[in-house]
Design a protein around this ligand. Structure first.
Ligand code: CP3
Length: 345
């Protein structure tokens, strides 16, 4: 094996590796003191995302510290609404905010200027591919149409996405148009990331779990399926991970329904069910991020359970959602060590 061998790409191609490769969602973030330092220098959060020098630096920080098998482009799923002119801001303690969109605003959305607005992101990807160690997979990403739409409609985060669910029932045509536009733009955005040097991409549907069965099929599966088909028609070699948080039993047909190569699992997915899903292909996950805050036995037991249940099949070790600001960087060191040190079977 050469030093340019990318282990995550092997798993995405269906191989079982022992130990499994590992990266963590939100691995660049506030739990790292070196991130907080760059974040303070950058000005606003979006300035950090749009300044390649800073975005490259924070992407590389967790790679230097932990030697993860993948680096994930530092950006945010909400750069798409920002590029659509929705005035996205991030304020400390309030999370993201933007101008809420209505049916008229949806009718007036245009794809013009979206990709030019996102040029700094592609520049970040190009620089990262140059600077990363050869064996490190570079992941691009975007939000899934449903999850991005929830923020566009409410104008901010909500606990249950009631505004978007209500909007979809009241204005089904406008809502379908919003999802269709987001799916098209996001597919183009992923193709550009791949062309700039991303080895694989992840689609984040973080709010899949608030939908009923019928709505999950229409708002999550169908648009993501169209996005993946669009990316693959242009870049047949593209490898794609789809993460539908909270989808539970509905994950049963999610891989087949979307055409994703690998599916991400949140920590509520039972490991027995996860092992069944793994029979159809690679899975990624699914340690509770709170175990990384707790450390010690809670961390070790959580890791061992996942390794025992999923370590004999194609697995990318990850958390079940993003690492939180409260996580102790030393606990992450212990996590990586345990995943890499166990299961030499
Ligand atoms: O994983 C990585 O390290 C890459 C970077 C990344 C960020 N956001 C950086 C970020 C990725 C992949 C995301 C995805 C994202 N953004 C999602 C999907 C995944 C998920 O976590 O559910 C969502 C829903 C968002 C939207 C978003 N961005 C919210 C709701 C917030 C505020 C909440 C918070 O944690 O503060 C953000 C801000 C954000 N995105 C931060 C980071 C590091 C923290 C802001 C800061 O540093 O000031």
């Amino acid at each position: 094996m050469t030093e340019h061998h990318r282990r995550i790409m092997d798993v995405l191609n269906g191989k079982t590796l022992t130990p499994p490769p590992i990266w963590l969602m939100r691995q660049a973030g506030r739990y790292l003191p070196e991130y907080r330092e760059v974040r303070a220098k950058a000005g606003s959060f979006l300035d950090l995302c749009y300044t390649p020098e800073f975005a490259v630096e924070v992407t590389l920080q967790p790679i230097r510290r932990y030697g993860f098998d993948a680096a994930i482009l530092f950006s945010d799923i909400l750069v798409i609404p920002d590029a659509l002119g929705r005035n996205v801001t991030f304020t400390e303690g309030h999370g993201p905010q933007m101008t809420p969109i209505d049916a008229e605003g949806i009718a007036n959305l245009t794809r013009e200027n979206v990709l030019s607005h996102l040029q700094p992101v592609f520049e970040t990807v190009r620089r990262l591919r140059q600077e990363l160690p050869g064996g490190t997979t570079l992941l691009g990403f975007c939000g899934a149409p449903w999850t991005v739409a929830t923020y566009m409609i409410a104008g901010h985060g909500t606990p249950d996405q009631a505004p978007a669910r209500l909007f979809a029932y009241r204005y089904p045509e406008a809502f379908d148009r919003l999802l269709a536009i987001l799916a098209e733009i996001s597919a183009d955005y992923l193709v550009e990331q791949i062309d700039a040097g991303a080895d694989a991409v992840q689609i984040f549907d973080s709010w899949a779990g608030v939908l009923g069965e019928e709505e999950f099929a229409r708002y999550c599966v169908a648009p993501v399926q169209r996005m993946i088909a669009s990316v693959r028609s242009r870049r047949p070699q593209a490898r794609i991970i789809a993460f539908a948080k909270g989808a539970g039993y509905l994950l049963k047909d999610y891989r087949q329904g979307t055409g994703a190569d690998a599916i991400g699992l949140d920590w509520s997915v039972p490991l027995g069910f996860a092992a069944e899903l793994q029979k159809d292909g690679p899975v990624q996950g699914n340690l509770d991020p709170m175990r990384v805050v707790a450390g010690g036995a809670a961390l070790d037991e959580g890791i061992d359970r996942i390794m025992n249940a999923l370590g004999q099949g194609p697995l990318i070790f990850n958390l079940g959602h993003g690492i939180t600001p409260q996580a102790d960087p030393e606990h992450v060191t212990a996590l990586v060590k345990r995943v890499r040190g166990t299961s030499h079977g």
